[in-house]
Ligand binder design. Structure first.
Ligand code: PMP
Ligand code: GLN
Length: 399
């Protein structure tokens, strides 16, 4: 993983930033969104929608604020209405039963859930195996816990995990498998067979699993299967999700953990000293969002499937190699057919060349060669914005 702008400076003859965070500068999302703002470009970099989620959910938040619900510290584990709604959601969509009082924890987005899980479950020196390219906060949180990341590289064009390599990567120091399916940035969705193999390995080697499923409702090809449902996994799995992606309110930062009482208690122990609580009124609104009818979830997915196809076709027409994502709202491309080699340099120059911002996947890899020429575009934008972006890219590279 590489980032730019690592803090510098010394006091007392020592660098200000501790060694664990060495090399973790500004996140690529912040860097590229700032570039989009500075250049007035279309931002297909950071994954946030340009249209807010349902009015009814926004109004529920306004109502909660007006009625004084959540304006003061909510309960540490989250408001009961939301915890119950999360448990009901897990039963409704995945057939999983969780006790809202002991097996659900509300967090400040999935980001805090990931951080709290790493800080709670890892000892310094433990190894964590995670798919590479990594979502950037994984590397940071593993580092903050003093643990070591061990990448399992997903390779183009399919980005399927090499299960033999995964087995070989497990050592006596391995404590935890950090999964992400649907996978950001590649759009890979683990199949039932892959999940079964991973679950069997976790049981055989007695490993914990932390699974980031924030794109659980954005699967276009295939179906999302939670690994927590597989035999032997219930007691060793921390499942993480978030309202940001599913309901298009990324700024509200409402996320959650579902797990066994012992695992929830462990994660909560760390979480209560990170934020203690967050997003009081928004918790009530998300409780309502989780109870939206199936038509909401189906419509959301259908809308993004059409946008995936629009952007994918456009990028292909502009000359990019396009890896069709099975899920998420990102498309990974390769810029080699454009005569380009370096994704980071390409993304730095793209706003000047055609007024579009994207994200270089290269920064999500430890292996510098594996993703050097990969660039990610998001399609969670209005159709007219995507059409305009495609027009600019085709003009610059294609036509
Ligand atoms: N995990 C993945 C894979 C993500 O793409 C994101 C970005 N939304 C997060 C976690 C963070 O989610 P949140 O905004 O809920 O903290
Ligand atoms: N998850 C978002 C993405 O991948 C970014 C969220 C963030 O900026 N931390 O684009």
């Amino acid at each position: 993983m590489t980032t730019t702008g690592s803090p510098t400076g010394h006091v007392g003859g020592r660098p200000l930033l501790n060694r664990r965070l060495d090399g973790l500068g500004t996140t690529i999302f912040a860097e590229m969104s700032a570039l989009a703002t500075a250049t007035g470009s279309i931002n297909l970099g950071q994954g946030f929608p340009d249209t807010d989620g349902p009015d009814s959910v926004r109004e529920a938040a306004v109502r909660a604020l007006r009625e004084g619900k959540g304006n003061q510290y909510p309960p540490g584990p989250g408001v009961p209405e939301l915890r119950t709604a999360i448990a009901d959601h897990q039963r409704r969509f995945h057939g999983l039963t969780f006790d809202p009082d002991t097996e659900v924890l509300v967090t400040a987005g999935a980001t805090e859930a990931i951080a709290a899980a790493m800080l709670a479950l890892l000892e310094p020196g433990d190894e964590v195996i995670a798919f590479e390219p990594f979502y950037d906060s994984y590397a940071a949180c593993i580092a903050m816990a003093g643990a070591a990341r061990v990448p399992l590289t997903l390779r183009a064009p399919d980005f399927r995990p090499d299960l033999d390599a995964l087995r070989d990567a497990v050592t006596p120091r391995t404590r935890l498998l950090l999964l992400n399916s649907p996978h950001n940035p590649t759009g890979m969705v683990l199949t039932p067979d892959e999940l079964t193999a991973i679950a069997e390995l976790a049981c055989e080697r007695d490993l914990l699993v932390v699974t980031d499923e924030v794109y659980e409702h954005l699967v276009f090809d295939g179906v999302h299967h939670p690994i927590a449902a597989l035999p032997g996994m219930r007691e060793r799995t921390v499942s993480i999700s978030s309202a940001g992606k599913t309901f298009s309110f990324t700024g509200w930062k409402v996320g959650w953990v579902t797990a066994s009482p012992a695992l929830v208690a462990a994660v909560r122990t760390a979480k209560q000293y990170l934020t203690y609580v967050s997003a009081g009124p928004f918790q009530y609104a998300i409780a309502e969002a989780l109870r939206l009818p199936d038509s909401y979830f189906d419509g959301f997915r259908a809308d993004l499937r059409a946008k995936r196809d629009l952007l994918g076709d456009g990028l292909r027409a502009a000359g990019f190699e396009v890896y069709r994502p099975q899920g998420t709202y990102f498309i990974t491309t390769d810029i080699t057919p454009l005569g380009e080699k370096d994704a980071y340099a390409f993304c730095r120059a793209l706003p000047e060349r055609c007024g579009v911002v994207a994200v270089p996947n290269s920064v999500f890899y430890d292996d510098p060669d594996a993703g050097r020429s990969q660039v990610r575009f998001t399609f969670c934008k209005r159709e007219d914005v995507l059409t305009q972006a495609v027009g600019r890219l085709r003009k610059a590279f294609g036509d």
